[in-house]
Design a protein around this ligand. Structure first.
Ligand SMILES: Cc1cc2nc3c(=O)[nH]c(=O)nc-3n(C[C@H](O)[C@H](O)[C@H](O)COP(=O)(O)OP(=O)(O)OC[C@H]3O[C@@H](n4cnc5c(N)ncnc54)[C@H](O)[C@@H]3O)c2cc1C
Length: 473
């Protein structure tokens, strides 16, 4: 039996075929370096040591089972990898070991127009599924900025959110069943019944960031293509005005499928902010909803913008993914030195509606006191889900360096969200970047997660250093 990572790779090359294994510095670099993920300085220093010994690209659940059983026997870390677009470093091999790239599991196995479901392999790119569904008159409603580049397995594992989450929910809300391989090599399959008996155990793997099992397939709920969609754009004098409008629109039970609200450049909480709404449904229904939404937005101080402005926003919603795709080679092998002393962080927290505006004011104050800039407060999907950007000095990248002002303020504002009854993150997972805050986030449930981890992954091979560690002893 293999005893270390190199040994394991030789064993897997012999078992699965050498075409499934990648080694060599050039092939491994894209898996070891994700400069768009800003880790804390100490993590960053050690993550640089986390070059995987190799990458395995299995082509079936059975091959995944072979890899995991052998890795468990050898005690070698395995890091599941979808497309590596995660922003928290969840797919970074911070402890070395091997990377399990699910990208070759890229088949849409079945599309059932009558059932409005799709059975897909985990490595299917979200945008490919959306196009295949649209060709059959159906809607795949998980539409994140990264739809053209991220995979189904990655989206389920982070329980991501997209533009249409206000109406159709998160990725996890749109999954009916999963195929999962446990670290021991056991293959489990939940076929995707609309509702089942007993606890929905497959949901354990939604948002589990590859730490409890490897998702190899999913049954995804599709929706009818809406007969019509109303896209609307408004501008508000301030964040508070738009926040109030969103709350009133949702409070009036108008049910927009998209809510996207963000401040334009300017002092935080004192600059104009743009709101985009969408309604799906029969023309008469969405026409009435749009008229009422416009009335509520105007009453809150908003002015309606042109249909062209709303359409442009919608048409450009994946621009950042296209940019990311083009820049990726440059980011993996940067020709410019990365500025190490300043950083920018996107923060996505959940806060109860009643405390939302207070929270934003607290963030501004914490940032000011900590010497950090805050900008672009926004809301996605529902008023509880708040986003903003922090920008400021980071600590020097040296082993043993403490957190710099940016990370200190980040931890403070995340703790504030939690203290107000919210959550530190609502769509990207904790990855390597926020894993130190998970025990506080989960509270008394964290030891339960550790026990689940120990039961499913006794050798602690899956994505170590991320979601949960096996308790000692
Ligand atoms: C430009 C850009 C825009 C983005 N916009 C959004 C957005 O709008 N909404 C949003 O939610 N996110 C967004 N993201 C973040 C990212 O795209 C999502 O987190 C996405 O779901 C990750 O998918 P992936 O296939 O790249 O997964 P990866 O980054 O490869 O992995 C993410 C995590 O899931 C685990 N994992 C991956 N595949 C599997 C599997 N099959 N089984 C078990 N574990 C697995 C990994 O170990 C890791 O912990 C954006 C990222 C970029 C770069």
């Amino acid at each position: 039996m293999p005893t270390d990572a190199d040994d394991l790779l030789r064993h897997l090359a012999a078992t699965l075929g050498p075409q499934r294994i990648c080694t060599g510095a050039a092939a491994l670099a894209p898996y070891a370096t994700m400069p768009w993920v800003r880790l804390r300085p100490r993590q960053e220093a050690s993550a640089r040591l986390g070059m995987p010994a190799g990458v395995v690209r299995p082509a079936s659940s059975e091959e995944v089972a072979t890899v995991l059983a052998a890795a468990t026997a050898a005690g070698v870390a395995v890091v599941p990898y979808g497309a590596g677009t995660g922003v928290m470093g969840g797919a970074l091999p911070v402890a070395g070991g091997i990377v399990l790239d699910l990208g070759a599991l890229d088949r849409i196995v079945a599309m059932e127009p009558v059932d409005r479901t799709a059975r897909v392999q985990a490595g299917v790119v979200l945008g490919d599924l959306a196009q295949a569904a649209a060709a059959r008159g159906l809607l795949f409603a998980h539409d994140p900025w990264s739809q053209p580049i991220a995979t189904v397995g990655g989206a389920v594992s982070t329980n991501g959110m997209g533009y249409l989450a206000a109406g159709y929910g998160s990725m996890g809300d749109q999954v009916l069943g999963l195929d999962v391989v446990l670290p021991t090599g056991q293959i489990l399959s939940w076929p995707g019944a609309a509702k089942g008996a007993g606890p929905a155990l497959w949901k354990l793997f939604v948002g589990a960031e590859g730490a409890l099992g490897v998702i190899t397939g999913a049954v995804v709920q599709l929706f009818p293509q809406p007969p019509a969609r109303a896209l609307l754009a408004y501008r508000f004098p301030s964040f508070a005005d738009g926040f109030t409008a969103i709350d009133r629109v949702i409070g009036a039970d108008l049910r927009p499928v998209m809510v996207d609200f963000e401040e334009r450049t300017g002092p935080p909480l004192h600059s104009p902010a743009d709101l985009y709404l969408a309604f799906d449904g029969p023309p008469a229904v969405i026409g009435a909803a749009a008229r009422e939404a416009t009335r509520l937005c105007r009453a809150a101080g908003g002015s309606q913008r042109t249909p062209a402005a709303a359409q442009r926003f919608w048409d450009e919603r994946h621009a950042s993914a296209e940019w990311f795709r083009e820049q990726r080679a440059e980011q993996v092998a940067p020709t410019r030195p990365r500025p190490e002393r300043r950083g920018m962080l996107y923060v996505d927290v959940a806060v109860p509606i009643a405390r939302g505006l207070d929270y934003c004011a607290m963030v501004v104050e914490a940032a000011r006191a900590g010497g950090v800039t805050v900008r672009s407060f926004g809301v996605w999907a529902r008023p509880e889900l708040l986003s903003f950007i922090l920008e400021g000095p980071t600590a020097p990248l040296a082993e043993g360096a403490g957190p710099g002002p940016l990370d200190q303020v980040l931890d403070e504002v995340l703790s504030l969200a939690r203290a107000l009854g919210g959550s530190i993150e609502y769509c990207h997972g904790v990855g390597a970047r926020l894993s130190h805050l998970l025990p506080t986030e989960l509270g008394a449930a964290y030891p339960l997660l550790q026990r689940l981890k120990a039961a499913l992954d006794p050798a602690e091979i899956l994505n170590p250093g991320k979601l949960a560690s096996v308790p000692p002893g």
